[in-house]
Write a protein that binds this ligand. Structure first.
Ligand code: C5P
Length: 300
């Protein structure tokens, strides 16, 4: 393989409970991660040295945030993997940034995970799976789950992952009000609220979970904290709740993106079109959360 383009899917936390806190300040989670059939795209090409470029609709925001160069998590992932290669490696890496930044959709984490996976193929490395997951965790708490890239229960700070045995695709609408939210700041605000930790549900991934019941009985524990930092979230939730056929409306991750779930693709598309029309400045996507998002989109 000389060149490949892969999908770094958007991540959605169908629920996110905080069940404790480690001594180092990291919060312990119980969360259900799912992945969309849409996201960023990463192209890698054989090259002597490592180079990086960002394209796509969110490239200008990436530039303004100063994450369009070596500091991007994609380059961090590439350098971490290169250090494992034990031979000279290089690649031209192009990130097509389609997802909003600092949005609770795991954009950066998913980019990092996809970079590890695709560069391992390009560089013909055989990094053991456990090592790859360790590298992923060094890059961020959500990166190991993104490396799996399939619906999973996530525990610990993100390192303890159990894939679901079955997952029926869910029709979703993702809505972001266009304001970045800093994950550390949301967690700090949550901690300041001194809420009681959630009691772990102890879910059995092998059991055929009734998704509707599970989602109805769960929450996103960061939603209240995020809402104090970003008033727009309330408007986003309201807009989603105002759409016909919505089954569940909730924030993803540390926000500010919220999602709505629908019984059919037609309903999610109509809902997305309506919200986009009413709020032209918001980022709105109709998508499916799937059992196995596509990875390799093209290769030569
Ligand atoms: O690991 P990541 O860089 O994504 O986390 C960003 C910040 O969010 C951490 O430094 C920490 O402050 C907070 N965080 C947390 N508990 C988690 C994940 C992240 O407190 N499980």
């Amino acid at each position: 393989m000389r060149e490949a383009t892969v999908l770094a899917p958007a991540k959605v936390n169908l629920f996110l409970h905080i069940v404790g806190r480690r001594k180092d300040g990291y919060h312990l989670l119980e969360s259900l991660f799912a992945f969309a059939d849409t996201g960023d795209r990463i192209t890698v090409r054989e090259a002597e040295t490592l180079s990086f470029k960002v394209t796509g609709p969110f490239a200008p925001i990436c530039e303004r945030a100063g994450c369009d160069g070596d500091g991007n998590i994609v380059m961090e992932a590439a350098r971490l993997l290169a250090a494992e290669a034990k031979k000279p490696v290089g690649a031209e890496v192009i990130l097509e940034k389609n997802l909003p930044l600092s949005a609770g959709l795991g954009g950066g984490s998913s980019d990092a995970a996809a970079t590890l996976k695709v560069l391992q193929i390009l560089w013909k490395l055989e990094v053991p799976e456990k090592k790859l997951f360790d590298l992923a965790l060094k890059l961020g708490a959500d990166v190991p789950a993104c490396l799996l890239g399939q619906p999973c229960f996530v525990y610990g700070i993100g390192e303890d992952i159990t894939p679901l045995e079955t997952f029926t695709p869910l029709n979703a609408v993702l809505v972001n009000p266009g304001r970045p939210l800093s994950t550390p700041q949301v967690f700090r605000t949550y901690a300041g609220m001194k809420k009681a930790f959630a009691v772990p549900l102890g879910l059995d991934p092998a059991a055929n979970q009734d998704m509707e019941t599970l989602l109805a009985e769960t929450n996103n524990d960061l939603q209240g904290a995020a809402m104090t930092l970003c008033r727009d979230i309330q408007g986003v939730l309201k807009a989603l709740k105002g759409t016909e056929g919505n089954l569940l409306v909730r924030m993803s991750g540390s926000g500010a993106t919220c999602f709505g779930l629908y019984g059919s693709q037609e309903e999610s598309e109509v809902a997305a079109a309506w919200i986009a029309r009413e709020h032209p400045k918001w980022w709105v996507r109709s998508c499916q959360l799937v059992a196995e998002p596509p990875f390799l989109l093209s290769r030569t």
